[in-house]
Design a protein around this ligand. Structure first.
Ligand code: ARG
Length: 607
């Protein structure tokens, strides 16, 4: 279906035409239209234009208005009902009720709700959800996963080619210790030596199965990590053997690589368990960790050095920046190769850029990574640009803030340890179960569990996504699962309530009645519904999912006002009024449902 022009786009076009007719010398001046509380829309562009043309803004605005025939004129505009000059030279515009309903009818007739594909879609490589092998996932990985997943879904919905890259930490010196220990204690990662016994009879097919397997895998990895660490710290000879093992790993020794694989695979089982709980789909082919770039690192260094982008300094290969200085004004370089010959995080990221731009042909590179890595990415992007591997402005870090505890400090357990992501998710689901049971005490245990997962996980995701990314936010479960306020639960209830009304009304898809006059609450809801496509376009452009969250919250709020003021299934209503209101209900639910899905949040049919 053809994309549906929004009323704001239509009005904008009408004004631009009227402006050009009234004032040919205005060129293609922008009428600057926006939504307004006073009328439906307000145009402010006449002020700047009058200044430029040295005219009177009110007169100018009036002559524009004169070029739009409204009700009372012969052949009135079907969209604009009234246009009035106000204040110093604004134009207040009211659209016709029938135009609102007819536009919504076009949206409702389209499976995409009239949302167009981007005009010039490109290829975006997005680097998100990058946990580290043999380590637990924590709240930082929550943010990267949830934000990345939403950005992927939104870009993909608008037609962008999205390539996902999970740059997991699967390489480095710590593997020498783990592998050496495994060689000396071959039974260590064996499933048979599990004490937890949680894997018995479970499979990864269900969320619970995947989570249980994942937890068992992490328990084995933790045990391996602790045991090898203890030996590493206490036994000098083991330490030497572990260090030599790093060299074997880097040179591709077969036995060493096989054990490395075993550790990585075990970690992936764990990650998938967390992803299942988090209700996020991460595909194995998109997991391209640090190790994948290993063979390119030497060439990256050679090219940087040959091009003069990097120089040797105290044995290390470094890139310097005029504006990056440490304490006492000493320049802080990006170290691409350490003085002992080892390659680090930066070299890998540079190799990844070459691959993503050169081989994957990305136009845009996004990195959903903690703001505390901002300096790293600034230096890496600038280095790649100097080397000619990255066009200016093509890469962007979607830097996110820190998750804080109620004390306002980075979120830690009472013992001062980082909080395990799974524990946090479990707690959210538990709290949600309480909320669900209170609301619907008649549910079976199974129903409670299913809804609690959708509500609890949705609450965690929404709390994260509804804050602008760069901000720190406080992880407050009580607030997150509250039925009131800007929470996913409030949105999910709005959705479920509409479904219950639609069920009560019967099976037919409600038809709109554009001939009916609309009340104020219907107009507000209708105009907001009409802005869905534009909201998505702007969210995709700026990569800011919180704007979609804000839009959906406003939608639910507008719906609540409509629901209070415009009884839907009232015996006194005419059949047409009832059906038109059901039509508004239905489109609201579909918009809420699609919007929430783009944020990765479920909208259960009943709550
Ligand atoms: N593994 C890193 C961490 O847990 C994040 C990796 C970010 N991505 C990248 N291309 N450097 O902090």
């Amino acid at each position: 279906m053809a994309p549906v022009p929004s009323l704001s786009a239509t009005v904008h076009q009408r004004l631009a035409d009227a402006l050009a007719a009234a004032l040919p010398e205005a060129g293609d001046a922008d009428p600057l239209l926006r939504r307004s509380d006073r009328a439906d829309f307000q145009a402010n562009g006449m002020l700047a234009l009058a200044k430029r043309l040295k005219g009177n803004p009110r007169e100018l605005a009036a002559s524009v208005a004169d070029h739009i025939p409204t009700s009372g004129d012969a052949d009135p505009d079907p969209v604009i009902r009234a246009i009035k000059v106000s204040g110093p030279g604004f134009l207040n515009i009211t659209v016709a009720d029938s135009a609102i309903t007819s536009t919504l009818a076009l949206r409702a007739a389209d499976g995409r709700l009239g949302v167009p594909f981007a005009e010039r879609p490109g290829t975006t490589v997005i680097d998100y959800s990058q946990p580290n092998v043999a380590k637990e996932m924590h709240v930082g990985h929550l943010r990267s996963t949830v934000i990345g997943d939403a950005v992927v879904k939104i870009l993909d919905h608008l037609g962008e080619t999205v390539i996902r890259r999970h740059h997991i930490g699967d390489w480095g010196t710590q593997f020498g210790m783990l592998i050496q220990y495994l060689i000396e204690h071959p039974q260590e990662l064996d499933h048979a030596s599990d004490t937890a016994g949680t894997t018995g009879g479970t499979t990864g097919d269900t969320t619970e199965g995947a989570t249980a397997e994942g937890e068992a895998a992490m328990a084995r990895l933790n045990r391996l990590y602790k045991a090898s660490r203890a030996l590493f710290d206490s036994d000098e000879e083991f330490k030497d053997r572990a260090r030599r093992r790093v060299v074997d790993l880097q040179s591709g020794d077969e036995e060493t690589l096989a054990l490395w694989h075993k550790i990585v695979d075990e970690s992936k089982i764990y990650f998938q368990g967390v992803y299942a709980k988090l209700d996020v789909e991460i595909r194995d082919e998109d997991v391209v960790g640090e190790s994948a770039y290993n063979d390119d690192l030497r060439r990256v260094c050679e090219e940087l050095e040959a091009a003069g982008v990097a120089v040797r300094s105290e044995g290390a290969l470094c890139v310097f920046f005029d504006d990056v200085k440490g304490p006492e004004g000493k320049p802080v370089p990006l170290i691409v190769q350490k003085s002992n010959g080892g390659f680090g995080y930066a070299a890998t990221d540079l190799a990844a850029i070459r691959d993503r731009v050169g081989t994957l042909k990305a136009d845009t590179l996004l990195y959903v990574v903690d703001a505390r890595q901002a300096l790293h990415f600034k230096m890496v992007f600038e280095t790649a640009r100097r080397a000619g591997w990255l066009p200016e402005g093509a890469a962007r870090q979607l830097a996110f803030g820190t998750v804080l505890g109620k004390d306002g400090k980075p979120f830690k357990t009472r013992e001062g340890e980082t909080v395990r992501l799974v524990d946090l998710l479990d707690e959210a689901v538990e709290r949600a179960a309480t909320v669900v049971t209170e609301k619907a005490p008649e549910l079976t245990a199974e129903e409670v569990a299913e809804r609690a997962a959708q509500v609890g996980i949705g609450a965690v995701k929404y709390a994260d996504l509804s804050n602008s990314m760069a901000r720190d936010y406080v992880f407050d479960l009580d607030r997150m699962v509250s039925l009131n306020g800007d929470t996913s639960v409030y949105l999910q209830y709005a959705y479920a309530r509409i479904q219950s009304i639609l069920r009560k009304a019967g099976s037919a898809v409600p038809r709109p009645h554009a001939e009916l006059p609309l009340s104020a609450a219907e107009r507000t809801l209708g105009l907001h519904l009409d802005a869905f496509a534009e909201t998505l376009a702007s969210v995709a452009e700026t990569h800011e999912p919180h704007k979609l969250a804000a839009y959906l919250y406003q939608l639910a709020t507008a719906y609540t006002a409509f629901y209070d003021q415009c009884p839907v299934l009232k015996p006194g209503n005419s059949a047409e009024v009832t059906e038109n209101r059901l039509f508004f209900c239905d489109l609201t639910a579909r918009t809420l449902g699609q919007g929430m899905a783009l944020l990765g949040i479920r909208t259960p049919e009943r709550l």
